[in-house]
Every structure is written in C-alpha cells, then in structure tokens.
Design a protein around this ligand. Sequence first.
Ligand code: HEC
Length: 136
Amino acid sequence: MGKALGQGRRGWVVWSLGLIWLGMLGLGMFNPPVALAAPEAPEAPAIPEAVATPAALFELHCAGCHPNGSNIVRRGKSLQPKALKRHGVDSVAAIATLITQGKGLMSAYGDRLTPEQIQTLAEYVWQRSQAHWKTS
Ligand code: HEC
C-alpha cells in the first residue's frame, strides 16, 4: 500500500517535471542556458589524448616537421628506414629515447608526452617506416 503510494507520487513528480519542460518549450526556452541544460544533456567528454590513436598523436605532435615520414627541417633526417639506420635510430627503443630527449633542432618530448604516448609513437614510427610510410 505504502509502496504503491510512493510510486504514485514519483509518477506525479515525473509528470509535473515533464509539464514544466513542455511549458518551457512553449515559452520559447528551447535553448536554456548551458548551466540549466547540463543535467539533462551532459556534453560528450572530449577524447582524452591518452587514448588517441597513434596516428592522431603523430599528426598532432610530429607531422608538422615529419609529414609522411619526411623531415622538412633536416631533409636527410627523415623517418625512412635507410635514414633511421644511418643515424642509429633503427629500433623502437632508440626512437623512444630520441623522442624523449630530443636531438638537434627537434625538441624533447619527455615533459610533454607520457612514457606510454612516447612508446606508442615510437612503435608507430617504426611500423610506418618499415612500410616506407606508404598509405595503402
Ligand atoms: C620542430 C620540428 C620537429 C618536430 C615537431 C618533430 N621532429 Fe623529429 N626531428 C626533427 C629534426 C630537425 C630532426 C633531426 C635531428 C638531428 O639529428 O639533428 C628530427 C629527427 C627525428 C628522428 C630521427 C630521424 C633520423 O633519420 O635520424 C625521429 C625518429 C624523429 N625525429 C621522430 C619524431 C617524432 C616521433 C616526433 C613527434 C613526437 C617528432 N620527431 C617531432 C624535427 C622535428
């Protein structure tokens, strides 16, 4: 009995909230201020960078100087396997170290990226280089 009453009351609350909402629609408050709308429609959180794809990480942090595995600052120091080998950066670990510490005109990323992101990038660069940065 008490239970049934409680449910009835809850139903009434839902109803009246619905009516208030409809009333707001009617009054042209279809776009209430964000603060008002937030509880009903929380915005989808932006994807944290930590879970961004390796390709997205590369685009964001590296492609400015290394588009498609090239090097627009020091042309010979591309991310192609031959260049990596010549410069002794021919392993995932060596690439990770270079990203962390920087080299020459390339700044260090140790304080901007997490070790996981650096590892992800190093593996990505290595894999892409093994495929000569071909897109297909
Ligand atoms: C401001 C431009 C710039 C950015 C941004 C940049 N680099 Fe570099 N990168 C360079 C330069 C310049 C070199 C050559 C360094 C040297 O040996 O003098 C280099 C060298 C390298 C090398 C070694 C290439 C070789 O043939 O010796 C790797 C690997 C590399 N970068 C990866 C990355 C990755 C991964 C990122 C993103 C986290 C990145 N770079 C961001 C400029 C940049």
